[in-house]
Design a protein around this ligand. Structure first.
Ligand code: HEM
Length: 240
């Protein structure tokens, strides 16, 4: 247990490794979106950038490829992490979809429409977080495979390249929209966390937010703590 500046109790939400993976994913995806969509309005972007436009465009392709390598490395590392590391195994075990997620989604919609008095008790990862996580993984699989084909275009027949290009742009658009609309709302504008959820910086989540957004997980951690023998060192699973 430890406190934030206001001495509120906090719980561990993201390990150091998870935060590093998140920073690399976030930085490289932002660069990929900027440098990828620049290509779709090349003439307009070059004109807007003025005399330096052509050389900026030369670097655009290089930055897109460097960021592509970074995002691919982090995705493969994450796969290794969830398969072989202890904290990674616990992450994926808690992230796998369950029947309860469907029930939670239904009950939460009912609650938001005023047809149910209480919010459902949500676990370590909510049904929306699971949806976002698996959508990112699926999306990354599409952009990495199609991007690799476009990068090695001399080896592929034109028809396959056209399909890869269409899939790459389609998935890139979905990813950009999901990040701008969904993720930014969830971690910035959501009234429970505004102006920002700091877990990606310090790895912690406040007790208030735990009770509001992950009450089932919170109750489990408190129960584990209470059942621990008195001389056990403090700081069991999930406690910062
Ligand atoms: C979130 C991730 C990504 C986004 C948002 C994105 C976006 C884009 C967009 C919008 C284009 C323009 C396509 C066109 O105008 O036809 C593009 C082109 C391209 N992308 Fe990506 N991309 C991403 C990831 C990747 C990855 C992982 C790779 C490689 C493994 C890659 C390699 C390429 C290549 C080689 C091109 C061809 C044009 C060029 O940049 O020279 N992209 N990307």
């Amino acid at each position: 247990m430890s406190g934030h500046g206001n001495n509120e109790r906090v719980f561990a939400r993201l390990t150091k490794s998870e935060r590093i993976q998140h920073v690399i994913l976030f930085t490289s995806t932002t660069l990929l979106i900027i440098t990828g969509f620049m290509l779709m309005g090349e003439d307009w972007v070059v004109r807007m950038l003025g005399p330096t436009g052509k050389s900026i465009f030369y670097w655009r392709g290089i930055v897109h490829r460097i960021a592509a390598v970074a995002v691919s490395v982090v995705c493969f590392y994450h796969l290794f992490y969830v398969l072989f590391k202890t904290t990674g195994k616990s992450w994926i075990r808690d992230m796998l979809p369950r029947l309860k997620d469907g029930v939670d989604a239904y009950q939460n919609v009912m609650y938001m429409m005023g047809l149910r008095k209480e919010r459902p008790k949500l676990d370590r990862f909510t049904y929306l977080e699971k949806l976002e996580y698996f959508s990112v993984y699926f999306g990354m699989f599409i952009v990495i495979s199609t991007g690799t084909m476009m990068w090695t275009q001399s080896y592929w027949p034109k028809f396959y390249l056209d399909v890869a290009d269409a899939l790459h742009v389609g998935e890139a658009t979905l990813a950009a929209l999901a990040i701008i609309v969904g993720h930014i709302f969830a971690v910035h504008y959501n009234p429970h966390v505004y102006p920002m959820n700091r877990a990606f910086i310090d790895g912690n989540i406040s007790e208030t937010l735990m009770k509001e957004e992950h009450s089932l997980w919170y109750e489990r951690l408190i129960a584990e703590e209470v059942s621990k023998p008195a001389n056990t060192p403090e700081g069991g699973h999930g406690n910062a």
